[in-house]
Design a protein around this ligand. Sequence first.
Ligand SMILES: Cc1cc2nc3c(=O)[nH]c(=O)nc-3n(C[C@H](O)[C@H](O)[C@H](O)COP(=O)(O)O)c2cc1C
Ligand SMILES: Nc1ncnc2c1ncn2[C@@H]1O[C@H](COP(=O)(O)OP(=O)(O)O)[C@@H](O)[C@H]1O
Length: 318
Amino acid sequence: MQTVELQYPLQNVEPNAGPQVLAIGDFDGVHLGHQEVIQRAVQRGVELHMPAAIMTFHPHPRQMLGLDTYTKILTPLAAKQSLLRQLRVNTTYIVNFSETFMRLTPEQFVENILIPLRVNSVFVGFDFTFGHKGAGTPDTLCELAKGRFTVEIVRQFSLHGSKVSSTLVREQLLRGDVREATALLGRPYRLRGTVVHGEARGRTIGFPTANLQVSDPYVIPANGVYAVEARVGSKVYGGVMNIGVKPTFEADLAEPTLEVHLFDFAQEIYGEEVEVSLLAYIRQERKFSSIQELIAQIASDADQARHVVREVKSVQSS
Ligand SMILES: Cc1cc2nc3c(=O)[nH]c(=O)nc-3n(C[C@H](O)[C@H](O)[C@H](O)COP(=O)(O)O)c2cc1C
Ligand SMILES: Nc1ncnc2c1ncn2[C@@H]1O[C@H](COP(=O)(O)OP(=O)(O)O)[C@@H](O)[C@H]1O
């Protein structure tokens, strides 16, 4: 997959780039609804013998527009690119969501961006909006195409009776419902970060925990204990993660810490990148009246998490 960064006005579009199929959207989360739009575009590309491209925006438009609740993201750019590659997208256009780009009218977006890219068919979700203040809708896009490209509007994708959306995924994560988030995403929710030093207390209680400093402004799931899988280098380990403020030890931590105890693992990994997949929520974090009680509880959490990891592995291999 090639990645092309676009600045407005366009400069680096090859003048004789062939016609192509294009799916447009923010695609934060690359959830099942997004996957439907993307897969339909990819499929059409195959049928028409044309490359399939995705157009996405960076930074996230809602972030640029200062809508507070959306400053946290589900899939940072690198994760999104890797998912798009797996979906067999040929090109990803990353449009710099600048002040100038933000002010384009729907007509300018079509004439100055889509037409120069020689789009043959454009796929968008039913609730897609574009152009200054989101004035353009899928219907506007059909009108502005004036027969030069086709527009396919992908209808609402639902699961368990609800519209699959990035907002719903966020809500489920903030409630700790990672199983539902997994269902909506079509894969577990993943967080990437670097292992940093903590208080070096974990090893003294028999459960060393790799403290994760996340690499991007991720949506952090609800505080609590989770069964996880964690990729360290090229290997994946089962583990148990605590997201929280450690009330047993700390008076008032402002930000939750993310710490993972990896099963059957004994290496020093400070400074390394770890990618954690959240598999299941186990329990709320709480304050224990003694360290012994906390240790016993962590041991039981670890047993439960091992069970979940085994279950997930057996489903994957069946
Ligand atoms: C599975 C697991 C569950 C945990 N649950 C709690 C908890 O309920 N309450 C709490 O205060 N700390 C909890 N902790 C955090 C421990 O207090 C923490 O790992 C320990 O203090 C080590 O911290 P350090 O990495 O800074 O050395 C949990 C940790 C793990 C790995
Ligand atoms: N099974 C394990 N799971 C997580 N980290 C481990 C494990 N075994 C060794 N480590 C190492 O130990 C560190 C965690 O030890 P800990 O005593 O909790 O210290 P810290 O407070 O610095 O996190 C990890 O960052 C990692 O380098």
